[in-house]
Ligand binder design. Structure first.
Ligand code: ADP
Length: 770
């Protein structure tokens, strides 16, 4: 169609839409001026100028309300609509620019004087490049990330003419009409392509974003729906099985029947109702379930009644133990006080003594005597407060502490509770277990003991706490102040033999399934075990060895090798192998530069050999064998004393300047300290310098002063027992310790020759073979 450069056409304003050439559009026309414009156009050649109004909401538009660039269309179809308006189908022909707009008031419709707007083509290759890029983007969109349909995309991609492509593609864009208008208005083809490219790119990005959001939304809906569905199913299953509610009801019943006391019951019911509102699969459900189980498992206000008759209680104590007269007496008093006061303010007993002296067994005997339950808890190596007091239940894997655990094991609220090895508590950064324990043992506080896990206070005031320790000196001071110490010393050979005969043999025979009369030991056999296989203050290893013999006898009996077995001294080696200790081995011959001392340790008394060697040198002193500072000072005091009295002992004073002294105490792994080795060191040093031997049948203990005085020491009883165990016959002791001789069991005292001394010279005269 030949087109004039300028012509006049009726104008139809578009609301919020942009008409492009080469595209089709259907428009509903309602405004009277627009209806007339359509009619005029249709009556002429069917051409109409379409342009967008700037404000789509404006009803009565004037020239200034319109974009001046628009498209000339050809009306293809007119349909009347019921409400008096019409729908027209138009086809875009070419772009045009409105030079002059004639307002509606003249003819009843708007008309316009236009000039065709031709696209200006320039750099062909650049255009091509843009063209291809745009098509590429379109193709990318066909991956499904698009707001334009697949069908339309493939149609657009196949367009070969650039103008047509831009028009049709721009028409499909979902971008704002203003952006489209910009494309419509651009004169240069590259500009149009560039604008189109940018719009397409945006389109692609938005498409992708939309897809993502849709997916996310879909997923969250799917997940939610799935969970809901499963929950409903689970509920149905539970209902079908009838278990959920039943469990809840049962727990509620149990709690109410438990007689926990109002506070505990309220707490338990509260947690139960919280639990009831949870899914059984949730971790919190299990936490609460476990907690409620704990509350139900704990004994609440459940008490055993103590034995009424004190004489019966004392009988039990005597039945279970040999000897220990003083201890039994003390415990009898204790039980009497307990009975009178009803346990109020009774002190806490602390049994102190070497291992195997019956501390645990006396405590369990007390429980038996009173008719109470017995629980035992070792504190050895406990370094965390939480072990005593528990972890809060919000902590993963939380549990109550050992005290509550023990109470649960006991099953009553007033057991005898043995806290073993209270001297082995340690402290670290996670709090101080000793102070937690203090709270447990303090009668003013322990009626409302709060375990962190249990949360509700638990009454420990009726619990009878007993503690044990090997070494009093390492018990935390505040704890020690709360307790009354009862010392259990080591046993003599005779006591050990009696304990073995009366208790250990029958106990271990029974343990190994042997009847009472199936096995018997002669006294000599037991003594052989004591002498040759044990070196201890208590009877632990004696019991282990007896157990071992019983076990082997049980095997023999089971294999039909006999019915009754009498174990004599000579049989021991066949059951236990060769002797481990030779009683007199250390005493074979006198030696120069070696003296036997006696020491007290937490596992009982022990002998200690001190070796000294004097070598050519320049007066240095070397001390080895893990000696503590006090012991080192004793060594120096001993040297100084001998040196200042060298003439008296026939030593050349100058010898000290030319001699290095090496003092060694073997068994270096055991740390040793204390002043009581003073005279022993002095003896060994003098022996080394004078080359005179020390009598090996002599052992000694005593502190030395610079002026040669001998000062008293502690632990004489344990030391004497140890000396006796290894076959020592003479013990040099400080005179001031004479009063302690009474404590030494008669049978040991009678067999040892005690030599009390007050100065070190007397020590030398008795110990060194001149
Ligand atoms: P501790 O707690 O002091 O380390 P135990 O109480 O465990 O020692 O005693 C070890 C073993 O020796 C136990 O079997 C105990 O019954 C027994 N025992 C210790 N002393 C005696 C005693 N005087 N009479 C009877 N048996 C004893």
């Amino acid at each position: 169609m030949a087109r004039q450069t300028t012509e006049t056409l009726p104008l139809l304003p578009l609301r919020g839409r942009v008409m492009f050439p080469d595209t089709a559009m259907s428009i509903d026309v309602g405004r009277s001026s627009s209806l007339i414009a359509v009619k005029v156009a249709a009556d002429a050649d069917g051409r109409l100028f379409l342009c967008m109004q700037k404000d789509s909401g404006k009803e009565d538009v004037q020239a200034e309300d319109l974009y001046l660039t628009g498209t000339v269309v050809h009306i293809k179809q007119i349909t009347r609509l019921t409400n008096g308006s019409i729908r027209i189908g138009v086809e875009g022909m070419y772009r045009a620019y409105a030079r002059d707009i004639i307002p509606a008031d003249e003819n009843g419709y708007m008309s316009v004087v236009i000039t065709e707007l031709r696209t200006v083509h320039g750099d062909e290759s650049l255009e091509e490049a843009y063209f291809h890029t745009a098509k590429d983007i379109l193709r990318e969109m066909s991956g499904g990330d698009s707001r334009i349909s697949q069908d339309t995309i493939s149609k657009l991609v196949s367009v070969t003419d650039i103008d047509t492509f831009v028009n049709r593609t721009a028409n499909e864009l979902k971008c704002s009409p203003e952006n489209k208008q910009e494309i419509l208005e651009s004169v240069r083809s590259v500009d149009r392509l560039r604008l189109l490219g940018t719009a397409l790119n945006n389109e692609l990005e938005i498409g992708r974003l939309e897809k993502k959001i849709k997916n996310a939304v879909r997923q969250s809906i799917d997940k939610g729906q799935k969970e809901f569905y499963l929950r409903e199913q689970l509920k149905a299953i539970h209902k079908e099985l009838g278990d959920d509610e039943e469990e809840y009801d049962e727990l509620e019943k149990k709690i109410k029947e438990k007689n926990m006391g109002p506070e505990a019951e309220e707490k338990a019911l509260k947690e139960l109702s919280r639990m009831g509102r949870m899914q059984t699969s949730s971790p919190d459900y299990n936490v609460l379930r476990m907690y409620i189980d704990w509350l139900l498992d704990l004994p609440w206000n459940t008490y055993t009644t103590d034995t009424e008759n004190l004489a019966d209680a004392v009988k039990v104590l005597n039945e279970d133990h040999y000897g220990l007269e003083k201890i039994k007496e003390r415990i009898t008093e204790y039980l009497a006080v307990l009975k009178l006061t009803g346990g109020m303010n009774a002190p806490i007993l602390c049994f102190v003594g070497p291992p195997g002296t019956g501390k645990t067994s006396v405590a369990s005997s007390i429980a038996r005597a009173l008719g109470r339950k017995f629980v035992r808890m070792s504190l050895g190596g406990v370094d965390d407060e939480a072990e005593i007091r528990g972890h809060r239940k919000t902590y993963i894997g939380a549990m109550p502490g050992r005290i509550i655990n023990g109470i649960k094991t006991a099953g009553t609220s007033n057991p005898v509770f043995l806290l073993d090895e209270i001297d082995k508590l340690t402290t670290n950064s996670r709090g101080d277990p000793a102070s937690a324990l203090l709270e447990v043992l303090d009668p003013a506080q322990n009626s409302t003991f709060r375990d962190r896990y249990i949360e509700i206070p638990y009454d420990l005031s009726k619990v009878l706490f007993i503690t044990t320790a090997n070494d009093m000196s390492t018990i935390p001071r505040p704890l020690l102040d709360r307790m009354e110490v009862v010392e259990l010393d080591g046993y003599t050979q005779e006591e050990k033999r009696e304990i073995a005969k009366r208790y250990l043999v029958s106990k271990n025979a029974k343990k190994n399934g042997l009847e009472e009369d199936a096995i018997s030991f002669t006294d000599a056999a037991i003594e052989e075990i004591i002498d040759g296989y044990t070196l201890e203050a208590g009877v632990r290893s004696l019991e282990r060895n007896i157990d071992s013999v019983c076990r082997k006898v049980a095997v023999k009996k089971a294999s039909g090798e006999g019915d009754t077995f009498q174990i004599d001294k000579d049989d021991i080696a066949t059951y236990l192998g060769a002797r481990k200790y030779e009683r007199d081995a250390a005493l074979e011959k006198d030696e120069i530069g070696a003296a036997t001392g006696l020491a007290w340790t937490s596992v009982g008394g022990t002998t200690l050999t001190i070796e000294v060697s004097a070598m050519h040198g320049k007066g240095d002193i070397l001390l080895t064998g893990k000696l503590g500072d006090v012991m080192k000072e004793s060594a120096r005091a001993a040297i100084s004393y001998i040196r200042s009295n060298s003439e008296m002992y026939g030593i050349d004073e100058e010898a000290f300047e030319k001699t290095d002294i090496h003092i060694h105490v073997p068994e270096g792994a055991t740390p040793k300290d204390g002043p009581s080795a003073g005279i022993t060191m002095a003896t060994a040093i003098l022996s080394a310098f004078t080359k005179k031997p020390v009598k090996r049948s002599v052992a000694m203990t005593g502190e030395i002063t610079l002026r040669g005085k001998v000062l008293p020491i502690g632990g004489l009883k344990e030391k004497s027992l140890a000396a006796y165990r290894v076959g020592i016959t003479d013990i040099i002791i400080p005179s001031d310790n004479r009063k302690d001789l009474e404590e030494i069991p008669g049978e040991v005292r009678d067999k040892l020759n005690f030599i009390p001394v007050s100065d070190v010279d007397t020590v030398f005269r008795n110990a060194i073979r001149w």
